[in-house]
Design a protein around this ligand. Sequence first.
Ligand code: AMP
Ligand code: GLY
Length: 429
Amino acid sequence: MKVLIVGSGGREHALAWACSRSGLSPQIYCAPGNGGTTRIAENVDIKADDLGDIVDFVRKETVDLTIVGPEAPLVNGLVDKLTARGYRVFGPSKSAAGIEGSKSFSKSLMQETGVPTAEYRTFTEFDEARRYILESGGNVVVKASGLAAGKGATVCINKEEAVLVAEAMLLKCKFGDASREIVIEKCLKGSEMSLMAFSDGEDYLLLPPSRDHKRAFDNDEGPNTGGMGAYSPLDEFKPDEIAHTAESVFPPVLKRLAELGAPYHGLLYAGLMLTSDGPRVLEFNCRFGDPETQAQLPIMIEDPLEIMLAVSENRLGAWMAEHNCASNDWMKLGGDRHAVTVVAAASGYPAGYAKGMKIENLPEDTDGVIIFHAGTSLKNGDLVTTGGRVLAVTGLGDSHREAVETAYGSIAQVEFKGVRFRNDIGRGR
Ligand code: AMP
Ligand code: GLY
């Protein structure tokens, strides 16, 4: 079996890692992959956004399953191109991926289906946005409606900042077309939780719940990033609390998408805030989380590749029946292990950062530690940095505490100029 993984980050390395351990023993390709995926897969020199080249590769190599990692190719219709030619693919169609590609669409979907979310309005005119901000007192989050590489949401400290952010987005086109329309929503308080579910448009299967740490610095200070670390599962919640939350989110949204002619196939990610009034969905993503995936896949007992294949063939329900697994049985998928993932970033990330630094003293993977590469590549035999998030170090353990200590014991050995990581991933609870 040939599997192609589209993308080059830590999430894609984790997907390739999971496939490399699958009983289906696939031959794995990554387009374009990174310095870590070369050890378990064949890196193909095609960027994730070169949709035509990806389709050509799938045809030429007769790839059996394409797994799409990042949101951009999904929102741009890679899945539609592949399925139209009869190829198996894991990921939503362009219209279903609109749940991430347009925050305005995803908010209206939540409103229509009664999924709890923050109060909001959408704007294309700056004057109207400004009036709304001034009237609402400024306790708001301003978001570009379209894709902005994880940087499109600003939690504003006051109305002056909110007005400036809205102006930059609507009048100065800060995110190009992605910020022609903006969402302004009420700022909520609480801790966050990421819930991810496989879905074939009809059934869903929850993965172990996880928590991302989006801010750049310890104590959740500094700007939002793509994610500086994650852990899974969240044992501060009872499984039935998680199940109850998942039930209030996934079935209504999946049903509505199917009614709209956009059944959801792939991985649906709900980012939630647990407020004193109950859970609220902050966002949906149309793909696996990064770095949550690097924590979730290593603790899975069942084979993620088998599940993705079942999703791509519209037989998730049959897979679940065979494995005696109900939608919210994440304990069965996640078992008893704990994982904590800490991201090693380049100094300056998420703003400007240098690339090309030599990475040294990288620990070898063990039963308790996996090093997932993100922004790395091999140059003349040296491993060098090519991105802001460079590595994601996952520590595993029979307890959360053990996983934390294992991850930190390992990441402390990694050396490259300016290496930086948060010291409080999974520690502040
Ligand atoms: P989003 O792109 O919508 O996921 O937002 C990115 C991050 O901004 C979230 O993970 C939260 O940390 C924060 N955020 C988004 N919406 C809100 C909100 N309504 N209230 C407070 N924080 C938010
Ligand atoms: N970790 C946040 C995301 O993948 O969007």
